[in-house]
Ligand binder design. Structure first.
Ligand code: ADP
Ligand code: ZN
Length: 437
């Protein structure tokens, strides 16, 4: 039964703003942001001077291209407080990036920034059908990482009961889920796959024994095949959730019920896609590196941030009525690319193949040794494989040839029993590179 207070939109007018009005709003906010950083952040003053541009030169959204990029290195070098645009005593919260790549970056939020971040998550969750009355079990890491806290406040804003479970401890997660009938969970794809294994081992049928309806899955790249595995294993609809600490954390772009790309909240962020090598802005629809500009940030506005994430913009209207354009599933980070025997390979290409083979389980690892020797270690599925040597060899051959077709190189395939590869509660480490190149 539908609760009577069910909302389709969180703030209808903001989400369905006609494009011309949305773009006018973006331009006004861009001008304010540029003026703010030019006045208050020495790094930007310097970058503007180098690019021979002043905030007043911004006359249209196309002038965004005249502004300088910001990189992860800029953020690290200005650690801890070099990019603040307000006095420290006007900040309310500090997050750092989880440091998957390199030194941490310090991200400050003003009171308004904290509220805006929660607004965007509330908007995102409602777009998936979550509403007051839903019970939200937050299985992301609490702490310096933005993932859990930002989502937590957004769900509270909607009026959901929030269970701040954090990651790990599957037995306790399950107990909470059963006792409080959680309907919505938020977790990484790797932990979701692991948790699906736990349910299977315990003989729990999620569709019968649990109340789960949806999972918000993000914080690391995953494929459509992985989405389907999680949906099957947890008995949920999986909604793709994209964000990064530099841009508040989660709630930058999110799938709606149409599940056809993620709406990027354009009243808050400007997006561009560039060629990661040349920095050239690419036409809409072409894949490249996502570049984001904050439009409402007070404490730490960031212009043209090079996310390193590879995606493409979709501009066809969405059936949900939201006017904010969408981005495609992130296919990986520019930095994730492996070069093996001269071929460029993204780990997601390997994942896509592995997750589409029913006899395989849910955990895998890519190992590189010596001079470009690649080994793919993958767990077998709990059911459906007898371990007969003949069958093992046949399966290895099948996987190797499917992978060859995808990545143009033939890795060694190591099939291992279910539950034997290392698991991760947060972001998974899928690639171990022991090469001495
Ligand atoms: P870091 O991992 O760099 O320390 P964050 O914890 O802020 O920083 O992680 C943000 C990064 O996580 C994004 O830049 C992106 O690479 C990845 N990410 C987040 N959500 C998704 C998603 N839904 N799909 C793919 N990648 C994602
Ligand atoms: Zn939509």
């Amino acid at each position: 039964m539908r609760p009577s207070n069910e909302r389709v939109y969180w703030k209808t007018s903001e989400e369905t703003l006609p494009r011309p009005e949305l773009e006018a709003l973006q331009l006004a906010r861009l001008k304010q942001t540029a003026a703010r950083v030019y006045e208050r952040v020495p790094l930007y003053r310097q970058k503007f001077e180098q690019a021979k541009v002043k905030p007043n030169d911004i006359l249209s959204l196309a002038d965004l291209r005249r502004l300088p990029f910001t990189t992860g290195a800029d953020l690290r070098e200005s650690y801890p407080t070099g990019m603040l645009a307000v006095p420290l005593d006007e900040t309310l919260r500090l997050h750092t990036s989880s440091g998957t790549t390199g030194k941490p970056k310090a991200l400050f939020f003003s009171a308004k920034d904290v509220d805006n971040a929660a607004e965007l998550i509330a908007r995102s969750f409602v777009a998936t059908g979550m509403n007051r009355g839903d019970i939200f079990q937050n299985m992301m890491t609490y702490g310096l990482f933005t993932g859990a806290l930002v989502a937590h406040y957004g769900a509270e804003k909607i009026g959901c009961l929030v269970i701040p479970a954090g990651p790990g401890n599957s037995e306790r997660q399950l107990l909470l889920m059963q006792d409080f009938r959680s309907t919505s969970i938020h977790l990484t794809p790797s932990f979701a796959l692991y948790f699906a294994d736990v349910l299977e081992k315990r003989g729990i049928n999620p569709r019968k024994d649990l109340s789960l309806k949806r999972a918000f899955v993000g914080a690391e790249p995953y494929t459509e095949e992985t989405r389907r595995k999680i949906e099957q294993g947890l008995g949920v609809r999986v909604f793709n959730s994209y964000g990064l600490s530099e841009m508040n954390g989660p709630g930058v772009a999110f799938e709606c019920q149409a599940q056809n790309g993620m709406h990027l909240w354009e009243d808050y962020f400007l997006m561009e896609i560039i060629n990661p090598e040349t920095g050239e802005v690419l036409p809409v629809g072409e894949p490249g590196e996502l570049v984001l500009t904050t439009l409402l940030r007070e404490a730490m506005p960031i212009l043209r941030y090079r996310t390193r994430d590879i995606t493409a913009i979709r501009e066809e209207p969405c059936s949900c009525g939201r006017t904010h354009r969408r981005i495609e599933r992130i296919t990986g980070r520019a930095d994730d690319m492996l070069i093996v025997r001269g071929v460029n390979i993204y780990p997601q290409q390997i994942e896509r193949v592995l997750m589409s083979i029913p006899k395989l389980g849910r955990n895998y690892l890519i190992q590189l040794d010596g001079l470009d020797e690649m080994t793919v270690k993958v767990e077998l599925s709990e059911a459906g494989f007898d371990g007969e040597l003949e069958h093992v060899v046949a399966l290895q051959k099948e996987i190797a040839s499917l992978l060859k077709a995808e990545i143009l190189t033939t890795p060694r395939i190591d099939l291992v029993p279910p539950g034997t590869l290392p698991i991760s509660e947060g972001k998974a480490k899928r690639v171990i590179d022991n090469r001495k190149l």
